[in-house]
Design a protein around this ligand. Structure first.
Ligand code: CA
Ligand code: CA
Ligand code: CA
Ligand code: CA
Length: 443
């Protein structure tokens, strides 16, 4: 018996074989510009191959990793993306041992198993080696070569990680830079750990970056909200982060938090970060209960500025409170407009509204932009309780047959407003919870 188990273990281990890139440290920063309202940056880093096979770094074919940089901030309790770069195409790797894994250097032009590479901020800011994000398939990391705008440079902020100076000048905000790698040689199991972040501050007047604290490796930027939500290195236990794996595709993360405004209302903040999902997200739907309200909606997306990627439409999503959901909807899918303002890989959009109801745990729907008929995916979130009396499904102040009928209809339709257990599944336990609350009556 023991032999069989060990054999299975070896087989499972073998299935994970291959190269596995991570960004282990963000090391240096450099400033460019300003140009108009924007300041630009580049950051150096150290990467490690923590897998058991070498990576190819062939600069003149599509067989090399690429990386990108993004800027985020936590401001007034919200997590927001405020900047993004094009992707940088890598070339000849160094063969160091920065991760202490014992580098077995392969042939020249390969990053051997256990080996590290590093790049300074100056090289990382090279415009000639940067191409558009939109040409990268974030799940397979395939892209055309030569990529668009290869060898093209421009003004100081062109292609580089850039942000509005006004967004950087908010002294009460915490700022974070995220580095994300992508490689078409990684197996699916090795693709989820390719984003790392580090806190950064900006010197007033010069806007120059100062890296702070340590790098949070293999951790997408949305976790800054949880890791630093109450201040630098002060975690916020009220922030919920839910990873969602799209079938046959990459990861999307949904963050949520409720803030008691002290006047009988709560502000609900949400953020959706698409790390590496090719299909994108085009809706966020929060079940709040039928005939309940949600007010003062806020929507924050990302600006696509440079020539190729700015083909992507910047139209803000619409907000509605309809049929028991507070929803933000893009209003397009990939088939109707491939360049619509979906939450694409390497970006995070933020949302909020105000409710008179205190928080509970529920499940939200995320619309899939390029869904091929597969429909939505779900994620656990903090959301307003459907009260004051939840069994009063139609919120008319009395309990009667219409509430039972409304619950049964919702349950039959797979409507999350019937999910009384808040787990995203529809089962006997939801019926039991509804009937118990109905029989207990409302105050
Ligand atoms: Ca990896
Ligand atoms: Ca917009
Ligand atoms: Ca009722
Ligand atoms: Ca349920």
């Amino acid at each position: 018996m023991r032999t069989i188990i060990m054999t299975l273990g070896i087989v499972a281990g073998t299935s994970l074989a291959g190269p596995d890139i991570i960004c282990s440290e963000i090391t240096t920063g450099q400033t460019y510009g300003a140009v108009g309202d924007y300041q630009a940056y580049s950051f150096g880093d150290t990467t490690c191959n923590i897998g058991d096979a070498a990576f190819t770094y062939n600069a003149i074919t599509p067989d090399h990793p690429v990386f990108t940089s993004s800027l985020y901030r936590i401001h007034e309790g919200r997590f927001e993306q405020i900047g993004m770069s094009f992707v940088s195409h890598t070339f000849f790797p160094l063969q160091g041992n920065a991760c202490g894994l014992g580098c077995s250097a392969g042939s020249p032009g390969m990053l051997g198993a256990g080996c590290s590479d590093s790049i300074g901020a100056g090289l990382a800011g090279g415009q000639s080696d940067m191409g558009p994000r939109i040409e990268i398939d974030p799940w397979t990391s395939d892209f055309p070569y030569p990529f668009s705008t290869i060898n093209q440079s421009g003004d100081a902020v062109y292609k580089r990680l850039k942000a509005r100076i006004a967004d950087l000048s908010e002294t009460s905000a915490l700022f974070f830079v995220e580095r994300q790698y992508m490689s078409n040689e990684e197996l699916p199991e090795a693709r989820g750990n390719n984003s790392s972040y580090r806190r950064v501050s900006f010197t007033p007047a010069s806007n120059s970056p100062q890296l702070q604290g340590t790098t949070f490796a293999q951790r997408p930027a949305i976790y800054t909200w949880q890791d630093h939500g109450l201040g630098a290195d002060m975690p916020d236990p009220d922030v919920m982060i839910s990873p969602v794996s799209l079938p046959g595709d990459g990861f999307v993360y949904v963050g949520s938090r409720a803030t008691d405004l002290g006047d009988g209302t709560w502000r609900y903040d949400y953020a959706v970060q698409n790390q590496n999902a090719a299909r994108g997200i085009n809706a966020l739907r929060i079940p709040i209960g039928f005939n309940r309200s949600a007010n003062d909606p806020m929507f924050h997306d990302i600006e696509y500025i440079d020539d190729v990627d700015n083909q992507i439409d910047g139209t803000d999503w619409g907000f509605s409170v309809v049929s028991g959901f507070a929803s933000w909807e893009l209003g397009d899918d990939f088939d109707s407009n491939p360049l619509a303002n979906a939450i694409r890989w390497g970006t995070a959009y933020s949302f909020s509204f105000i409710s008179t109801q205190p928080p509970t745990t529920k499940v939200a729907e995320l619309g899939v932009f390029d869904d091929d008929g597969s429909g939505h995916v779900i994620a656990s979130i903090v959301a307003p309780f459907s009260g004051p009396c939840r069994a009063d499904m139609n919120a008319d102040g009395t309990l009667n047959f219409f509430d039972i009928s409304t619950w049964i209809n919702a349950y039959t339709n797979g409507d999350l407003n019937a999910d009384f257990t808040g787990d995203g599944e529809f089962s006997f336990f939801d019926a039991s919870a509804f009937l118990n609350e109905y029989n207990a009556g409302c105050p």
